[in-house]
Design a protein around this ligand. Structure first.
Ligand code: ADP
Ligand code: MG
Length: 266
């Protein structure tokens, strides 16, 4: 990909699937790191009270004084009071911890409760090329906030039995947000993860996903490898932890696909 002469405004991507353990957090970290390697300025938003994205980047969520939660709920607080630099040049993090679980309840009584995250991110958009929001495994108000803020959605799907179960509910939610809150939202792609080419089963699931979603499916498929759980322990992306690995190559390929698909934001 060509280097950029100048940065921003950012395209916002929501990494979303209400099922847990499908590779949302892993894909957020590694797509982000691969885009940063290509010279893009990247902001990752941990939008899951479990704080797995923060942990995966070597941050201890329990030691944080301010998080995305404060940015959502407190007027007057600016993003740079919450932002953390990561070890990857050009990639920053808005971290979270369990505090964020209170936002789900507290936002209910707010005016424009669905657009709290969009409001919080707005001042940051000129500084970045991509913002990637790591959603929690639910379709609740936090996820609706992520979809309202986003330009596009990436849905990681694990190549396993029942991968497609629940996806209809997710696409309905995306359509509703599109109708009522964010008409420009588009489904950028379905990302097949944890693919095992040695099993007939994985191949069958992938074929069914392609049958169901056609060209919405990214050509990049993320293989199943123990390297990914290892990177979580190491607290860094696979692109730096095992820079020549198959997994790192896969997320670089995904980054190139995202750059190809990404239309400039007007
Ligand atoms: P989610 O955020 O959707 O819950 P994660 O990204 O946390 O999913 O992944 C769940 C678990 O699976 C983690 O332990 C992660 O390290 C592991 N994992 C993610 N992607 C892969 C992969 N391609 N191969 C093997 N393990 C993976
Ligand atoms: Mg996660």
């Amino acid at each position: 990909p060509a280097p950029l002469a100048e940065h921003g405004p950012a395209q916002i991507i929501a990494m979303c699937n209400q099922k847990g353990g499908v590779g949302k957090t892993t894909s957020t970290i590694n797509l982000g790191a691969a885009l940063a390697e290509y010279g893009r300025r990247v902001l990752l938003v941990d939008f899951d009270p479990q704080g797995a994205l923060s942990v995966g980047l070597g941050v201890n969520p329990m030691e944080l004084d301010v998080t995305v939660y404060n940015l959502l709920m407190e007027r007057g607080l600016t993003a740079d009071e919450v932002l953390l630099k990561t070890a990857v040049p050009g990639m920053d993090l808005l971290p979270s911890n369990i505090d964020l679980s209170a936002a789900e309840v507290q936002l209910v009584s707010e005016v424009a409760r669905e657009s709290a995250l969009a409001r919080a991110l707005k001042p940051l958009l000129p500084d970045y090329d991509f913002v990637i929001i790591d959603c929690q495994p639910s379709l609740g108000l936090l996820t609706v906030n992520a979809l309202t803020a986003a330009h596009s959605v990436i849905v990681p799907l694990e190549c396993e039995f029942f991968a497609l179960r629940g996806v209809a509910l997710l696409t309905e939610t995306i359509e509703k947000v599109c109708e009522r809150l964010n008409p420009d939202l588009r489904l950028d792609g379905i990302l097949a993860t944890m693919y095992d080419s040695r099993t007939v089963h994985s191949r069958e699931v992938l074929a069914r996903v392609v049958e169901a979603f056609g060209e919405h499916v990214f050509h990049t498929v993320i293989g199943r490898t123990v390297r990914f759980p290892e990177t979580t322990v190491a607290g860094e992306p696979i692109t730096t932890y095992a820079t020549n690995s198959v997994g790192a190559a896969a997320y670089r390929q995904l980054a190139r696909e995202v750059l190809d698909r990404c239309r400039p934001v007007e």
